[in-house]
Design a protein around this ligand. Sequence first.
Ligand code: HEC
Length: 213
Amino acid sequence: MPRGFLAIAALLVSLSLIPFAVATKNRAARKSEPRRQIIPDMDQQPKFKAQQANPLFADRRAMRPEVLGTVARGRLAEDDALARGKEGGEWTLSIPVPVTESLLKRGRERYDIYCSPCHGLDGGGAGIISVRAESFEEGTWTPPPSFHTDLIRERPAGHIYNTLANGIRSMPGYAGQIPPEDRWAVVAYLRALQRSRSASPEDVPADILPKIR
Ligand code: HEC
């Protein structure tokens, strides 16, 4: 090895670290000028992140709490029956919105998306998740009940509304995914599913009856 090789190698290695040191120092330093960017592709976004301090507010919190006594636009849930399924402290017995064909169609669509995986497309309780969970035989799965029992048939509409919004026992609530209008649509469709199992020929309109006999 020629003499002085190690010294030169060490010097070169030290010199090669200088650009990194300069870059690191510049990244950490606070400057009043915007940073120079070779490709300005939105990696500089002035904003306050969660938990950061914000000198604009007296309490210096960037995350602002809700303003007391205010309600977000369109969120004023004045109607107890509509918003909570309750009337005078009791569950509403009937659906507080007009039950139209389009409401039922919407309800069917929402039901098929959010409820059928557990409760089954027909409400019998044999949804694909439940069938699979039971197949593991772990004994930890609470099977969803069939909607075609007297117990669920006699549940007030408001009770079902509350069940799908806030959950019940081991079932989670779906208020986050299903807004109030749609919740009633799902309740209406659930009622239609129940009727489909317990209907009599008298329930069929007279002009349609001959066609299905
Ligand atoms: C992740 C599976 C799952 C999904 C999805 C689900 N449920 Fe349930 N549901 C259950 C289970 C489990 C129970 C029984 C809970 C218990 O007894 O612990 C139940 C119970 C119920 C009951 C009966 C409660 C009672 O005793 O009155 C109703 C009504 C119901 N669900 C409606 C719905 C509707 C409507 C949807 C769609 C928005 C839905 N569920 C979505 C699992 C589910």
